[in-house]
Design a binder for this molecule. Structure first.
Ligand SMILES: Nc1nc2c(ncn2[C@@H]2O[C@H](COP(=O)(O)OP(=O)(O)OP(=O)(O)O)[C@@H](O)[C@H]2O)c(=O)[nH]1
Ligand SMILES: [Mg+2]
Length: 463
């Protein structure tokens, strides 16, 4: 896509499509200032553009001599900018058509349209931020909860990068005496004591394990927890989805088998991002549509982190309910006893006999009774099972980092095991060097180009 040595000038609309109060066109690269001078006509003051000063004026299309918009323009000279290149930001009136016009003029004067994430990629290539920090920029943009945002901010500050740096230093502590021994045989240097090497590697391994665990916890805040609403047809699953979303999302009817597709919606409950899935009631399918629905529902069930099992309290339990209990065995489950506004045909005690120690929440999905308690129950179940320390001292680790860390863990385990088998020191040293390289992928020092491309292509254009 683009190479490290490419330093042409890029430009993009940095604000979302659609109507807005203002919109920003951003330019970065060696030509940014020249282009700005060519198309910007200040209302007052000298024509020179001083760095980090906002100027009021007009964008004039040099070809037609026509004013395109009244703007505020900021020139920021390298290196004190986002990309460490010269940057120009033009605050225009909002409106996509107008912004497109301004961008067109900029492009005609010699800039190239930026690719997704290219500004941030330049910041990374210029060494202003490392790769984990660049990824944090994306997490900040996409954060949907307070906690998710806090984690992303920590990562942008370099929290993970710092932990990775500590790990590398600890590995070097092992490697340096090893290499001294190998490289200077005539110097009569002793190899480091085996027990010490093992102990140090064990210590590093434990830290890596802790980081991998931190991924699980962070995932809750970043990507959300999948909660599947599961139960027989007509028990009130879609009614509950609507209650939790506080809007009519799903069709609710008295006809069993109303929902056939899987509906997935995101809600924020007490700062935890929850991906709710409403799906077809599990029963013997009546037709092909329902058959596909049930198949899909079962598939989604396996993905769920938490199952919200629903039963209808206005009718006795039957075999179909019991079959579903069987189906969700081994999953984390909480139970909603629905339709408590109707005369009860199923008591909490009877239900308890079937579901054991699982938490039971009596609700009316129709009227909303008990839904607040259920919400709290959902969050408690998630937090109890998966969050050990809270986000206060949680190191932000994303899926890519986790995969790298798993490779680190595997290598370290192999090295430790090799030590026990008397593998020669020089081989051990090579392998420890290898681990250092793998760790470098987290901060982007040794990251393959395809991986970089994959990361930056997830950004929006203009960031
Ligand atoms: N009285 C009462 N009726 C309810 C309650 N919850 C749901 N219902 C009714 O039960 C019927 C089925 O509700 P849905 O929410 O469509 O049930 P579902 O589990 O999604 O059904 P399927 O999509 O067919 O599997 C509708 O007539 C709802 O109005 C409740 O708490 N009390
Ligand atoms: Mg439904």
């Amino acid at each position: 896509m683009f190479q490290r040595d490419e330093n042409d000038t890029i430009a993009a609309i940095a604000t979302p499509y659609g109507d807005s109060g203002i919109g920003i066109v951003r330019i970065s690269g060696p030509e940014a200032k020249r282009i700005a001078k060519k198309i910007f006509r200040p209302k007052r003051g000298p024509a020179v553009l001083k760095s980090h000063q906002i100027r009021y004026g007009e964008i004039v299309d040099p070809k037609e001599g026509r004013t395109v918009d009244e703007v505020l323009l900021t020139f920021m000279a390298a290196p004190k900018t986002y990309t460490r290149e010269d940057v120009v930001e033009i605050n225009c009136h909002g409106g996509f058509f107008l912004l497109q016009k301004v961008l067109e003029v900029v492009l005609r004067e010699g800039a190239r349209e930026a690719l997704p994430g290219e500004f941030t990629k330049r910041a990374f290539l210029a060494g202003r931020i490392d790769l984990a920090q660049a990824e944090a920029v994306l997490d900040i943009i996409q954060a949907r909860t307070e906690e998710g945002l806090r984690l992303a901010r920590e990562q942008l500050r370099g929290r993970l990068s710092q932990v990775v740096q500590e790990l590398r230093e600890e590995l070097l502590e092992v490697l340096v005496p090893l290499e001294a021994y190998i490289d200077f045989p005539e110097e009569d240097i002793d190899p480091p004591p085996m027990e010490w090497v093992k102990e140090r590697l064990g210590h590093i391994l434990a830290k890596v394990g802790g980081l991998i665990e931190a991924y699980e916890e962070g995932e809750i805040y970043r990507d959300g927890v999948k909660v599947a609403i599961v139960g027989k047809a007509n028990v009130g699953k879609s009614s509950l989805l609507n209650q939790l979303l506080e809007r009519k999302r799903a069709i609710v009817t008295a006809i069993p088998g109303t929902t056939t597709d899987v509906l997935e919606e995101v809600v924020n409950i007490s700062g935890v991002l929850i991906r709710l899935m409403d799906m077809a009631g599990l029963r013997e399918p009546r037709d092909e549509v329902e058959q596909e629905g049930v198949r899909l529902a079962k598939e989604k069930l396996t993905e769920a982190h938490l199952v919200l099992l629903m039963v209808d309290g206005s009718s006795p339990l039957d075999d179909a309910d019991r079959e579903i209990f069987e189906e969700v065995k081994g999953k984390e489950v909480i139970v909603a006893l629905n339709k408590i506004d109707l005369p009860a045909r199923l008591s909490e005690q009877e239900l308890r006999m079937e579901v054991g120690m699982r938490d039971i929440y009596p609700i009316s999905a129709l009227r909303g009774d008990g839904v607040e308690r259920l919400k709290k129950g959902i969050v408690d179940a998630i937090v109890k099972g998966r969050v050990k320390r809270g986000t206060g001292d949680l190191v932000p680790v994303n899926l890519r980092h986790k995969r790298v860390l798993e490779r680190v863990k595997e290598s370290l385990e192999e090295i430790s095991e090799g030590l026990g088998r008397g593998i020669p020191w020089d081989l051990t040293a090579v392998e420890v060097r290898g681990v250092l390289d793998i760790l470098g992928e987290i901060v982007g020092e040794t990251t393959p180009e395809e991986v970089l491309e994959a990361i930056f292509s997830r950004f929006c254009i203009g960031k």
